[in-house]
Design a protein around this ligand. Structure first.
Ligand code: OKP
Ligand code: ZN
Length: 371
């Protein structure tokens, strides 16, 4: 499988994020992409090529102009205040506060951020546009006839919505790629998000559209980040009603037979109606949810699949609570290949830095094994 990679990811190298009440080194750091790239090479998964630059236009197809302009200028404004530390927000436009965009960068930072884990640094703009280019180049290769492409995107993207950053994400790489595939003439594109965290940004971007199907399998937002979106009753709106599927699974969990779940999948789809799967869900439950998602993609008649590939579903992930083990990622890749669709993988989360490479490479290798 072809990999698209750019060194520009290194320019996003935040110092700290607020975890359990204290500032800790950023979980989302350059070593993640280094480890993934090393594994891609070690495992001989295929060529690694650089992206080409696509400019702002394809980014503006999914992000608001005022938000994009903010990201482009935020660091400069921040340093003009005499600061050289990472820019982080310190309040939010919560209930009953005014919605007008503040004039001061300090206020704008708060207005355009979902959380305080997403530092804007000197290199954020370049790294984020670089990641978008990686995803766009992947989409381009898919259009050019590749069966599957791995866009090694960093910073990740799936928490970034039309007009806000958050969850380590600035531009929604997967959404930008999905939109580019549409703009290249594909009629229906499915985005499947297998990261541990709900892809609130991607959901937001496509929520009222029927041409891009969005599905996410993730930790139940009743207890997991991002807390305020990702519930099973979010089905889409207007034209998009019926084109958004959330599969929240209880945090915690065990390992048992996903084969049973596979057999039951069709019969069980209806259960996903309005409530999350029960507590005690495990690897089998995860694969069960995957089957339900794949079934929806097949029915939709997608012409291409974009996978928001987070491997923070790994049992050793420091900030997540699912139980997938390294070999389970091979199975994951095999199952995704079963859709027989041109597939673009965009890297999202995964914070167990040691195993991240093999976990990602396993998904890609599993996919390739079902050529
Ligand atoms: C990103 B991705 C505040 C942030 C708390 C954020 C988790 C973001 C996960 N410091 N945690 O979906 O892997
Ligand atoms: Zn995640």
């Amino acid at each position: 499988m072809l990999t698209i990679y750019s060194d520009s990811h290194r320019l996003q190298n935040g110092r700290s994020e607020l975890i359990d009440g204290t500032l800790k080194p950023c979980f989302e750091n350059p070593s993640r992409a280094d480890m993934v790239l090393a594994a891609v090479r070690r495992r001989g998964l295929g060529d690694v090529v650089h992206p080409r630059s696509h400019g702002a236009a394809p980014i503006l197809r999914v992000h608001d102009q005022d938000y994009v302009r903010f990201l482009e200028t935020a660091w400069q404004c921040w340093t003009e205040l005499g600061r050289d530390c990472d820019a982080l927000p310190k309040m939010w436009q919560i209930r009953r506060l005014r919605e007008a965009i503040p004039e001061h960068v300090e206020g704008q930072l708060c207005y355009y951020s979902m959380d305080c884990g997403t530092p804007i640094t000197a290199g954020t703009w370049q790294a984020a546009t670089g990641a978008a280019d990686v995803a766009l180049s992947g989409a381009e290769r898919l259009i050019g006839g590749e069966r599957a492409v791995f866009a090694l995107t960093r910073p990740p993207g799936h928490h970034a919505a039309r007009d806000y950053c958050g969850g380590y994400c600035f531009f929604n790489n997967a959404a930008i790629a999905a939109q580019a595939l549409r703009d290249h003439g594909l009629r229906r594109v499915a985005v499947l998000d297998v990261d541990y965290h709900h892809g609130n940004g991607t959901q937001d971007i496509f929520y009222n559209r029927s041409d891009v199907l969005f599905l996410s399998i993730h930790g139940d937002p009743r207890t997991e980040y991002p807390f305020f979106l990702g519930f099973a009753d979010e089905k889409g709106e207007g034209e998009g009603l019926g084109y958004n599927f959330n599969f929240p699974l209880a945090a915690g969990s065990c390992v048992s037979t996903w084969f049973f779940a596979l057999d039951c999948a069709l019969e069980q789809i209806a259960r996903f109606g309005a409530e999350a799967l029960a507590a005690g869900s495990c690897v089998s439950t995860w694969f069960f949810a995957l089957d339900c998602a794949l079934e929806q993609i097949a029915r939709f008649g997608a012409e291409a699949l974009v996978v928001s590939l987070g491997v923070d579903t790994f049992r050793g992930d420091p900030i997540s609570r699912f139980q997938l083990d390294t070999p389970d990622f091979l199975t994951q890749g095999e199952r995704l290949a079963g859709l027989k669709l041109p597939t673009l993988f965009c890297l999202e989360g995964g914070y167990a830095v040691g195993p991240i490479g093999d976990n990602v490479a396993n998904v890609l290798a599993g996919f390739e094994s079902r050529g």
